[in-house]
Design a protein around this ligand. Structure first.
Ligand code: DUC
Ligand code: ZN
Ligand code: ZN
Ligand code: ZN
Length: 483
């Protein structure tokens, strides 16, 4: 059973050109003119792009006394509806739980996924068992390890643990990831705000000013340099953090920053002059910022100092949010966006002239595939790549509404946003999951994607190099070219 995608313009991170695509056995079998297959998808007037990869989701995650409302079924259905054909979720051991045990839990949840998926492993505590199991995690193709510098008393790791874990990840040729907020300062500010009687959701924003993010990002960059590990900073929301990343990159450090579509488009006014439900539904960490910070994030995408646009999709219903009625620190942190990331970024980025279509592909797919060691299986339109594709109609329009969404929650933070640019067809390893804008789904079709270690990086700028025992050189990592 083969499929031809006919009459479109192929758009990759590098090039735009007119050609047809032949898909066989879930992969791209040929690119050229006049290709013939068993069935045809009409792509005239459309761009044929690598499907989006959202490297930051929390599906059915146990968090703040509840579970995030979208699971691998509804979450990946939402992803496909918006042109995203792969998610990377965070396997999250509870403190004291083994990494392999947590992986087993995530494997059990992921069976219903409509599209391919991978995991990052969260390091939420430190000990010999974690150290030992990290090797097995890398051997399974999970090469990125996330650390929370916030959520004190729950997920947060201290600096000694951060340094030890970063060193281990560096030795294994993986990449370290951080949620960069100073958790001690957040805890202090939260307690003070509550004591002063500020219990509403707007206090959430005051409890996490940009400085807590800037400080933690700087700290993580320095610790990563001392540990000799590449660093990926999730949900970069402000200039304070972006500035640290820009400087590190200019110094030759392997540091990448990931803004979220929410922070690019929505600002802090959502917390003020709003009713409780409206504001609480938008409580996430880091919180939405002001326009100046948004401008910084867009500039970073344009110049390349920020590399990837994600969602941190962590959806909670209004009912779940209301557990924090009397105390903003009990509002489950998180917002949705999986279905909306691609259309909103296209509309606000390409539609406004801030990004080219090629830059859009880089930021939504190709860059992260390279960073995470799964290019060109994912993130590419090349012969042999998985046929994870979105046939994108730049003229199609809609208004975003919760009523029409795939997500399991009862609202949408982008409610009322007009988008121009939507998927016409979406393929997940060759299977058509969206046809002519209609969701067909592919429940259970998703497979785990194993990834390659990057290999150890040179630490020429690190003063610790001479103090650290030399390591064996490992070859075979995917080169970081172009990211
Ligand atoms: N931030 C959120 O808002 N939700 C999930 C975890 C996180 O860091
Ligand atoms: Zn986070
Ligand atoms: Zn997250
Ligand atoms: Zn389904």
């Amino acid at each position: 059973m083969s499929t031809v995608i006919r009459g479109g313009t192929i758009v990759t991170a590098d090039l735009s050109y007119e050609a047809d695509l032949l898909i066989e056995d879930g992969r791209i079998a040929a690119i050229g003119q006049g290709l013939v297959g068993d069935s045809v998808l009409n792509a005239s007037g459309c761009y044929v792009m690598p499907g989006g990869i959202d490297p930051h989701t929390h599906l059915e995650m146990p968090f703040m006394g509840t579970y995030s409302a979208d699971d691998f079924e509804s979450g990946t259905r939402a992803a496909l509806a918006g042109g995203t054909t792969m998610v990377v979720d965070f396997a999250l051991p509870s403190p004291g739980q083994g990494l392999l045990d947590a992986l087993q839990m995530w494997d059990n949840k992921a069976g219903r996924a409509h599209c391919d998926y991978s995991y990052h492993m969260a390091v939420t505590w430190w000990g010999e068992q974690v150290f030992d199991e990290m090797q097995a995690v890398v051997d399974r193709g999970i090469t990125s390890f996330k650390h929370f510098m916030a959520y004190k008393g729950a997920l947060m790791v201290n600096d000694d643990e951060l340094f030890a874990s970063f060193r281990r990840v560096g030795d294994l040729g993986g990449i370290a990831m951080v949620h960069a907020e100073n958790g001690d300062v957040v805890a202090e500010l939260s307690a003070r705000l509550l004591a002063e009687g500020n219990t509403g959701p707007e206090a959430h924003a005051y409890s996490r000013p940009p400085q807590v993010e800037g400080e933690a990002t700087n700290r993580a960059i320095m610790v990563a340099d001392m540990a000799g590990v590449p660093l990926y900073v999730v949900h970069v929301s402000c200039e304070d953090s972006h500035e640290a990343i820009r400087r590190a990159r200019a110094q030759g450090k392997r540091v990448w920053g990931e803004p979220l579509i929410q922070h690019l488009v929505l600002d802090e006014s959502e917390y003020f002059n709003a009713d409780w439900d409206h504001a609480a539904r938008r409580v996430m960490s880091p919180p939405f910022r002001n326009k100046a910070h948004q401008d910084s994030l867009w500039a970073g995408l344009q110049s390349g100092s920020l590399s990837v646009v994600a969602t941190d999709h962590c959806a909670f219903t209004t009912e779940q949010k209301r557990t924090g009625r009397e105390d903003f620190t009990k509002i489950p942190n998180g917002t949705g966006g999986l279905e909306d990331r691609m259309p909103v970024l296209w509309t606000k980025g390409v539609g406004s002239g801030r990004l080219t279509p090629n830059e859009f592909v880089a930021a939504t797919s190709t860059n992260i595939a390279k960073i995470l060691g799964m290019y060109p299986q994912k993130g590419a339109v090349l012969v042999g790549s998985d046929a994870d594709l979105v046939i994108w109609d730049p003229e199609a329009e809609k208004t975003i509404t919760a009523d029409a969404q795939q997500s399991a929650i009862d609202y949408n933070v982008f409610e009322g946003v007009q988008v121009k640019g939507l998927p016409r067809h979406v393929l997940t390893r060759g299977v058509v999951a969206v046809r002519d804008g209609r969701m067909l789904g592919a429940e259970g079709h998703g497979r785990f994607v194993a990834r390659q270690p990057r290999g150890q990086v040179n630490r020429a700028l690190s003063q610790w190099k001479s103090l650290t025992a030399p390591r064996p050189v490992q070859r075979g990592g995917i080169p970081a070219s172009g990211v």
